[in-house]
Write a protein that binds this ligand. Structure first.
Ligand SMILES: Cc1ncc(COP(=O)(O)O)c(C=O)c1O
Length: 491
């Protein structure tokens, strides 16, 4: 391990010095907590929340706590329990909670009497933000780029992008992917693979066609690997060129470079290049949804850079607001066929988010946090693969940078046609609960909720990665001990 400097840490395997984010901390190299969840004080708030908030609330059902304060990678609940936060606002908090550069940017904006709300009028803060954002893009993309500020959520960017490509092409249908997640508004939900939230909603956006994503472990074609992704791209090419495929030339194709909510499934770079070639040849605008992967999470500033492709449309939200709500659509100017006011919205001028987002982007670039994400992400993957060797329930460990997932399987069930065990969502939930009791917040996603997900902030240190892995190891063991005997009795 690299030497530790006071007030900083040397990025593992790299000659980069990163300042340590100080604040709340916890004993880091041993598991010393076993919390009652929810604690007594949290229970009070959770009961009130349950009475007053909608039945659609989601995270409090699995992460049962009321948060008192947060700093860096740590969250402290109202019972005084401290947790490693490997959910980080569903990937929003690139620099963790309350990073000094983010707080300074917000404070400076407030002290400067900056207008907090400007519709889409411009300001020096907005101008500087756009300048920095464009400078962070590959030159080939930036040279022809236009930007549309949307309503503040990721789904708002997705909605805007659909309107953009439909207007530009005059076409009506959209291609999306199995396992894709693009948000919960009507249009964005229509593009999302997960059927559960769609069940109760009649009349979703029509003309959406779903295509097979290259999911190695559960390849729909039964191959996986190179063969699996080649069949996917050949199938897509064939339906776009077959006059009897039933799919008219679409207005656009939307995809994630690493599917997040779908179960942390990275698309192979070769597949991405094939998809770009096919969409170029068929003149279909390619919309890359980097709402979760954007700003360094996967080991590159933008995940599409791994494959070297250039999208036509790029969607950013989450990290780009530096913890505050902000969402943008960046696109090739040839698509700018919108008439004045064609896409409006009251909340497109969040100045604090632009200041915080600009500071976050600068910090990520100056401190090479994308490379750091790659290095510490590999370290976490290595730990998880070691834990996998001792476990019978960790079907696949996968991910890119600091976007990592473990697919949890049932080793007592019959294997599928590819020789893999079926998913075991109850065990995934049990692992999540055991992690929480030991002071680690992780998320669940993927098919049937069977993938445990790690999305720590990019400032996570190698030492923290080691502690997180230790907690995970103990939690997997505890969960297996609880559930496997029950399963074996039943089978
Ligand atoms: C890839 C992707 N697209 C879109 C969204 C929707 O963003 P929001 O929840 O801000 O509407 C998300 C949210 O997790 C996402 O991960």
């Amino acid at each position: 391990m690299q030497p530790q400097e006071k007030g900083s840490h040397r990025c593992y395997g790299e000659n980069v010095v990163l300042p340590l984010v100080s604040g709340i901390s916890r004993a880091e190299s041993k598991i010393e907590n076993y919390y009652e969840i929810p604690g007594t004080a949290s229970k009070h708030y959770l009961e009130r929340q349950q009475i007053r908030e909608s039945n659609a609330r989601s995270y409090p059902r699995r992460i049962s706590m009321a948060i008192r304060e947060a700093k860096g990678i740590y969250i402290k609940d109202v019972d005084g329990h401290t947790y490693f936060d490997c959910l980080a606002g569903a990937g929003t908090l690139a620099l963790g909670h309350n990073h000094p550069v983010v707080l300074d940017a917000i404070r400076d904006s407030l002290d400067a009497n900056l207008p907090l709300h400007t519709l889409d009028l411009t300001t020096p803060v907005k101008d500087a933000f756009v300048e920095e954002l464009f400078a962070s893009l590959p030159a080939e993309f930036a040279r022809n780029a236009k930007i549309q500020f949307c309503g503040p959520s990721g789904a708002d960017a997705v909605e805007a992008a659909m309107k953009l490509v439909k207007t530009a092409t005059g076409r009506r249908s959209i291609l999306s992917f199995h396992g894709g997640y693009h948000g919960m508004t009507h249009g964005a939900l229509s593009l999302t693979g997960n059927l559960e939230p769609k069940q109760a909603i009649a009349g979703l956006m029509p003309d959406v066609h779903f295509l097979p994503y290259p999911y190695h472990y559960r390849c729909p074609f039964g191959f996986g690997g190179e063969a699996g992704h080649q069949i996917s791209s050949r199938y897509i090419e064939s339906i776009l060129n077959d006059p009897e495929s039933g799919i008219v030339t679409p207005a656009g194709m939307i995809l994630e470079v690493v599917q997040g909510e779908g179960g942390v499934i990275p698309a192979p770079d070769d597949w991405m290049r094939e998809i770009r070639r096919i969409t170029c040849e068929c003149q279909i605008p390619l919309i890359v949804d980097e709402i979760q992967t954007g700003l360094g999470r996967t080991g590159k500033l933008y995940a599409f850079e791994h494959s070297g492709i250039i999208p036509d449309v790029l969607l950013l939200s989450k990290a780009i607001g530096g913890s505050l709500p902000l969402s943008v659509v960046l696109y090739h100017k040839k698509l700018d066929k919108w008439t004045p006011g064609a896409h409006a919205g009251t909340f497109r001028g969040n100045q604090l988010a632009m200041a915080a987002g600009g500071a976050t982007l600068r910090y990520i670039l100056e401190n090479r946090l994308a490379e750091h994400s790659d290095i510490v992400g590999d370290r976490l993957l290595e730990h998880l693969r070691q834990i996998q060797n001792e476990s019978c329930c960790m079907g696949e460990v996968r991910g890119r940078g600091l976007m990592i997932g473990v697919e949890i399987v049932n080793p007592l069930a019959e294997k599928d046609f590819r020789g893999n065990y079926p998913t075991y969502p109850q065990l995934a939930s049990c692992i999540q609960a055991e992690c929480l009791r030991r002071g680690l917040i992780i998320e669940i996603g993927g098919r049937f909720g069977s993938v445990v997900r790690f999305l720590p902030p990019l400032i996570v240190t190698p030492e923290q990665i080691d502690s997180i892995s230790e907690i995970f190891q103990a939690s997997v063991k505890a969960a297996e001990q609880q559930l496997l005997p029950i399963l074996s009795q039943a089978s």
